[in-house]
Design a protein around this ligand. Structure first.
Ligand SMILES: Nc1ncnc2c1ncn2[C@@H]1O[C@H](COP(=O)(O)OP(=O)(O)O)[C@@H](O)[C@H]1O
Ligand code: SF4
Ligand SMILES: [Mg+2]
Length: 321
């Protein structure tokens, strides 16, 4: 089951989301019955190996991938489901930053065009207002407004990702989906961009869905973490629950790859290495999707599929650690 939390109402509620690709007879189940909430101001990390369905989840939320089943609601209002697609109602409040700032920014558009395009599409802004906004947005992300007439190739990778962030901020969203926003950047630049994201969150009370393929990157920014494997969420919980008392064997395996700075703690680190590749996502599913790589696999795992259980800390495993 999903992990709804008592009290506050979620900004974003994703329920039993399914996205499929390929032939209907043997589809790739890129996203398979995924449910989670993002609360106002929180940062939910979405983590898992390449190909597990993280980008497709984000793309389905903003309408870039077709939803096969399930629903997505923003502030309680449906913004997409299998039966109704009302893209025009997608609130300007949900924006996305893409992994590759080279591929996601049109090379023929100037920084001014790129940063103000959302304002132009949304409408109601004069050219003069867009100029003012563009200057403000550049300053917000730490770029010199004198560069507004430059093209993407005239910026460095880090600066380009700042442009992507400025563009996402243009309509003053309350939720930004960050799809591996620093994975394509040099390690030396990654921290700067992560710091910028943390600052913006503090200043604007932004909520993030922060996608990453390893746990190390989400450690600083996230308040909760969801771990995906082969299209499904296998564990979800607070940052503390995931980093200090992970229960799913897959999460444990991912954690064993995270460098621990304290050598004393590092010695206690569980070195269950993740062997092999995940099975193909177009295979018929029987049992636990992780069974082929799990060090704790038992007979039951091969026939029955474990469901996500637990409210604050959800785990999909018959024999959690
Ligand atoms: N447009 C597409 N057409 C066909 N298959 C796709 C498409 N996009 C993604 N997939 C497949 O869906 C699965 C999930 O991909 P993706 O969401 O990109 O994973 P991640 O972002 O976690 O690396 C993969 O098996 C991928 O090959
Ligand atoms: S259900 Fe079984 S195979 Fe799946 S993760 Fe748990 S112990 Fe491993
Ligand atoms: Mg991806």
């Amino acid at each position: 089951m999903s992990v709804p939390r008592r009290g506050a109402s979620p900004l974003l509620a994703v329920r039993d989301l399914e996205v499929r690709f390929g032939p209907t007879k043997l589809p790739i189940r890129a996203v398979d019955r995924v449910s989670f909430d993002v609360m106002p101001g929180e940062t939910l990390g979405l983590v898992g190996e390449s190909g597990c369905g993280k980008s497709t989840t984000a793309r389905a939320i903003v309408g870039l991938a077709e939803i096969h089943a399930g629903s997505v609601a923003y502030e309680g209002r449906s913004i997409g489901s299998a039966t109704e697609r009302r893209r025009e109602e997608l609130p300007r409040k949900v924006q996305m930053v893409f992994q590759d700032p080279y591929a996601s920014l049109d090379p023929r558009m100037t920084a001014f065009d790129l940063v103000t395009e959302p304002l132009r599409i949304f409408g109601g802004y004069s050219k003069h207002e867009r100029r003012l906004e563009a200057t403000r947005l550049m300053l917000t992300v730490g770029l010199d407004p004198r560069f507004l007439n430059r093209y993407p190739h005239e910026f460095s990778g880090g600066q380009r990702q700042r442009l992507g962030i400025a563009r996402a901020l243009a309509l003053e969203p309350s939720l930004i989906l960050l799809d591996e926003p620093v994975s394509a950047l040099d390690v030396s630049i990654q921290a700067q961009v992560l710091n910028l994201l943390a600052e913006l969150r503090g200043e604007r009370g932004l909520a993030y869905l922060f996608i990453a393929h390893d746990l190390a990157v989400v450690r600083h920014l996230c308040t909760r973490v969801a771990v995906m494997y082969l299209g499904r969420i296998v564990e979800i919980g607070t940052k503390r629950a995931i980093f200090e008392s992970a229960r799913h064997p897959y999460t444990r395996a991912l954690l064993s790859a995270v460098p621990i700075p304290d050598p004393k703690l590092a010695r206690t680190q569980d070195r269950t290495l993740l062997r092999g590749d995940p099975p193909s996502p177009d295979r018929e599913r029987v049992g636990c999707a992780f069974a082929s790589r799990c060090a704790f696999v038992q007979e039951r795992c091969k026939h029955e599929e474990p469901q996500l259980e637990g409210e604050e800390h959800g785990v999909a495993c018959f024999f959690p650690c």
